[in-house]
Design a protein around this ligand. Sequence first.
Ligand SMILES: Nc1ncnc2c1ncn2[C@@H]1O[C@H](COP(=O)(O)OP(=O)(O)OP(=O)(O)O)[C@@H](O)[C@H]1O
Ligand SMILES: Nc1nc2c(ncn2[C@@H]2O[C@H](COP(=O)(O)O)[C@@H](O)[C@H]2O)c(=O)[nH]1
Length: 208
Amino acid sequence: MTGSDPTPDTAAPSGNHTTRSRLIVLAGPTAVGKGTVAAAVRETHPEVWISVSATTRPPRPGEENGVHYWFVSDEEFDAMVAKGDLLEWAVVHKAARYGTPRGPVDLALASGHPAMLEIDLQGARQVRETMPEALFVFLKPPSWEELVRRLVGRGTESEAERERRLETARAELAAESEFDVTIVNHEVHAAADELVALMVGPVSNRSD
Ligand SMILES: Nc1ncnc2c1ncn2[C@@H]1O[C@H](COP(=O)(O)OP(=O)(O)OP(=O)(O)O)[C@@H](O)[C@H]1O
Ligand SMILES: Nc1nc2c(ncn2[C@@H]2O[C@H](COP(=O)(O)O)[C@@H](O)[C@H]2O)c(=O)[nH]1
């Protein structure tokens, strides 16, 4: 994807790496730190390809089109859905639509790179249907109180929006057992290391 064009044509990064290809789907409640942990993985493991979602929500201060999200209009999102360009999509927090462009994921996996999606529970369930071979990772907060602290501390939502997000968070926390692996985000770099270890090593999951 280039400029403001949400059409997926991005190639995955190239270069030597020793990791084996695996699609990781990272989900968890609002403000648990998914984006922060994903950014830490990006920084320390540039060979891991991380999907950039499309969304109809407006950018927050500092968010860049094509970096944090592809910020698209309702009409552009409709067109992506109609063309089958999205691997999954959902209305999240009853507020906006978010979806994973399919083309870049296919390219990343075809090139042998480990790839990661950072999406909500509804999206994870859709990917479970279409790509059951993916590894589903649940990022969990150390406690409910810490989750609320992180959400408030981020300072990006109004009180009403925070309430809505916390309502979704309760349902998402209840779905932890649907995931293959849980990582508790006590500390960002430790959580990022645990995540990367899942991409490069053997996995001990709930069914073991
Ligand atoms: N391990 C951690 N310890 C303390 N603060 C953290 C930790 N991880 C993330 N945070 C902070 O918590 C806040 C929420 O993090 P982030 O925006 O990454 O969450 P998210 O799960 O991506 O949220 P959302 O689903 O709402 O997009 C941020 O202010 C971030 O700096
Ligand atoms: N189903 C999908 N959910 C997604 C995608 N990209 C992000 N998300 C999730 O949305 C919420 C809110 O994100 P925010 O940036 O507005 O705080 C969060 O849970 C994300 O994981 C996607 O492509 N599909």
